[in-house]
Design a protein around this ligand. Structure first.
Ligand code: DLL
Length: 433
């Protein structure tokens, strides 16, 4: 079912007219109320009125995650705090997390777009949605939740974790739609199997999975193990949260970007030159309707391409292909965004820890496992084993507190970590997705 038939199937010309109008309004607003954007415009020798065609957007400077961090926590907000009704933040607390805000109208827009997304993924009124995305500062849980209510479906706000209890709920409440990260969905399948609960006897029809990279191979495995149709959903806090783009369950071939609310572009991550449809590069977004936290040409760092071909579902919005990687070193560990530099700063605050470390990421029982290997000075190694264990525990605790992820810390002797000839290999990602 198409939730907003008028907007989602709008002919290109009409869609572009709306985009231009909304873009001009957004630019006027940010110029008037966000010093950061006013400065950027001035530096580029421009004013919002210079933008008279959609093409002109390409002349506006980019916005980066660093810009958002520099304006921590609220300086990018385009409305007074009186009008902000919700705050979310991207994970990671060393460095600066990115903080985003929503007006009541933004929450309404987001709910509508999430309702659209859930409908594209096969959900409707009468469905019961098992929502295993985390509730909290992460946008996944509440984003899906409000969309489900807007759609008129029943939502079970089960959140992440407590997996055995989730299996009991799945068995007893008969949910028909699952929303979760793809890795957690597979973990649920395994725990269910251990508990003797077969997905064939459950009522799931569709699963709406995202927040981390996954592959066609993983889709096939999930569909087989969970006995449902799996679609890919994409989003990021800075641009809104989940529901920026979604696959339709009819085609399952690329994610429709809700273009009446966001303009996607692809640029070469090195030269930052815009790339045409079909070419792979970094995805950039401009928001068209957000009030509290508009973004102009925001560099997502996600690598993909855009496909303008018509889709069998009838939606006219351009499709982005699966995200295949990032143009920076961000890792996603069980849904939590982690930069190696954040771990580094925790390590470097610890006594007798040397600046040689490596992060190893594996997948065990379908869950991400992060191992932090770090060299410590001779002194720690001549100490008793007990001292080493204490140090490991202390680092583990600090990483958990600062970043919100559980890591296994392994202290190694000086020179144990292989030195590289060029760039240090800080991350070894063994997850095969
Ligand atoms: O992950 C929002 C979300 C919640 C999307 C639930 C889908 C479902 P952040 O925590 O800000 O927001 O992380 C955003 O996650 O830039 C991508 O690198 C990655 N990501 C999100 N969806 C996908 C996907 C949410 N379908 C970052 N495939 C983004 C690959 C994804 N990567």
């Amino acid at each position: 079912m198409i939730h907003d038939i008028e907007y989602e199937t709008m002919p290109r010309e009409a869609l572009e007219a709306i985009q231009l109008r909304r873009l001009q309004t957004t630019l006027e607003r940010v110029y008037a109320s966000v010093p950061f954007y006013r400065k950027k415009f001035r530096e580029a020798g421009m004013v919002p009125a210079d933008i008279s065609r959609l093409e002109d957007l390409k002349r506006i400077p980019f916005t980066t995650k660093q810009d958002l961090r520099d304006n921590y926590p609220f300086n990018m907000f385009a409305v007074p705090m009186d009008n902000v009704v919700r705050i979310h933040a991207s994970s990671g607390t060393t460095g600066q997390p990115t903080v985003v805000g929503y007006t009541l109208r933004d929450v309404g827009t987001w709910s509508t777009l999430m309702a659209r997304a859930l409908a594209a993924g096969g959900a409707g009124r009468g469905d019961i949605i098992h929502n295993a995305y985390g509730y909290g500062l992460f946008t996944g849980g509440l984003g899906v939740h409000y969309g489900a209510e807007r759609l008129g479906a029943s939502v079970i706000p089960v959140s992440g974790g407590n997996t055995k209890r989730q299996v009991v709920i799945m068995r007893d409440f008969g949910p028909t739609i699952m929303t979760a990260t793809p890795s957690y969905a597979l973990h649920l399948a395994e725990v269910a199997e251990d508990m003797g609960v077969s997905f064939n006897s459950l009522k799931f029809k569709f699963g709406i999975f995202g927040a981390e990279p996954w592959s066609e191979k993983m889709r096939a495995e999930i569909e087989r193990k969970l006995d449902l149709t799996a679609v890919d959903i994409y989003g990021l806090s800075e641009v809104m949260g989940p529901g920026v783009a979604i696959e339709c369950h009819e085609a399952k071939k690329g994610l429709h970007v809700f273009e009446d609310h966001f303009i996607p572009e692809i640029v070469d991550p090195n030269t930052l030159e815009p790339l045409p449809y079909g070419e792979t590069g970094e995805l950039v977004f401009t928001s068209l309707t957000k009030e509290a936290f508009p973004v102009i040409r925001y560099r997502t760092r996600d690598i993909t391409s855009l496909n303008p071909e018509p889709c069998i579902c009838g939606r006219t919005h351009v499709r982005m292909n699966r995200v295949t990687g990032r143009s920076d070193d961000m890792l996603i560990i069980r849904g939590v965004n982690v930069f190696p530099s954040q771990i580094e700063s925790v390590l470097m605050e610890t006594d007798d820890v040397l600046p040689h470390y490596q992060l190893v990421v594996d997948r065990e029982d379908n869950l991400d496992v992060l191992t932090v290997m770090v060299e410590v000075g001779e002194r720690s190694f001549t100490d008793e084993v007990k001292g080493l264990q204490q140090l490991e525990r202390r680092i583990t605790k600090n990483i958990k507190e600062m970043l919100g992820v559980s890591a296994r810390v392994k202290l190694v002797e000086p020179k144990a970590i292989e030195r590289s000839q060029g760039k240090a290999v800080r991350v070894v990602d063994n997850r095969r997705i």
